[in-house]
Design a protein around this ligand. Structure first.
Ligand code: ADE
Length: 236
């Protein structure tokens, strides 16, 4: 899968993309992620990216010309399945949309910034607007990093078989159960007996029950609406 990210602040993305699973996924050739500096598509002396909104008001708007030039340059090189804009005005991101995006071949993600971007970019070039939640970030870079991280981990081969089997086949659309590791007793707090039993059926039953209880307590909406088709349990 190929993902091109367009941003006015490339360093904001370098950290998340160059560590851990995302780094390994790129090194192993599962994903090619390219960050484009929007300033490279400006042509004036000051490399101007934004301007004041027509009609007045506070805040700056990302200009249409550099975004058009960058996106059209990319689209001349290959077909993109989606051109995504990160914005609080978008569709709220969830695991089902994540799964849908992970099945695409190539994506462009535009990181929204400042007060917004010129509407003509959205009208002419953007196919999907995504919000990662009902709060406002200073810019779309962290939202883009969230989308890329969650999509890449679903690509075949990116996460080891053991973990994907566990998460894909086990209790869909629920929160995950609590986990423990050694030692069995720590400061008077003990690991539940069932987990120490070595009996796989008992462990499985404990986990199913614990996951169901936690989901009922914290996210009963997940149980009410199992048609959301979340493909795996959510981590707490
Ligand atoms: N940009 C600012 N806030 C955002 C959000 N919640 N989701 C996506 N992009 C954003």
């Amino acid at each position: 899968m190929r993902i091109d990210i367009i941003t006015a602040f490339p360093p904001l993305l370098h950290g998340p993309l160059s560590e851990s699973i995302l780094r390994r996924a790129q090194e192993a050739g599962h994903a090619e992620i390219v960050v484009h500096d929007l300033r490279d598509y400006t042509h004036d002396k000051h490399r101007t990216l934004d301007d004041t909104p027509y009609g007045g008001g506070a805040g700056m708007i990302l200009k249409a010309e550099p975004l058009f030039e960058c996106i059209e340059t990319l689209q001349a090189q290959r077909h993109y399945d989606q051109v995504i804009l990160t914005t609080p005005a978008g569709r709220v991101y969830d695991q089902s949309l994540c799964k849908q995006l992970s099945m695409e071949e190539a994506l462009i993600i535009i990181c929204g910034h400042y007060k917004g971007i010129d509407q003509r970019v959205i009208d002419a070039l953007v196919s999907m607007e995504i919000s990662i939640g009902d709060y406002v970030l200073t810019g779309g870079e962290l939202a883009a990093a969230v989308i890329v991280d969650s999509v890449i981990r679903l690509l075949p081969g990116v996460i080891g078989d053991g973990e994907s089997m566990l998460t894909d086949s086990f209790m869909e659309g629920e929160l995950d159960c609590p986990y423990y590791t050694r030692p069995p007793s720590f400061r008077g707090m003990n690991v539940p007996e069932d987990l120490l039993s070595g009996d796989h059926a008992r462990v499985r039953k404990w986990r199913e029950h614990a996951a169901r209880t936690l989901t009922r307590q914290r996210r009963p909406d997940l149980l009410e609406d199992s048609s959301r088709n979340a493909p795996e349990r959510k981590k707490k």
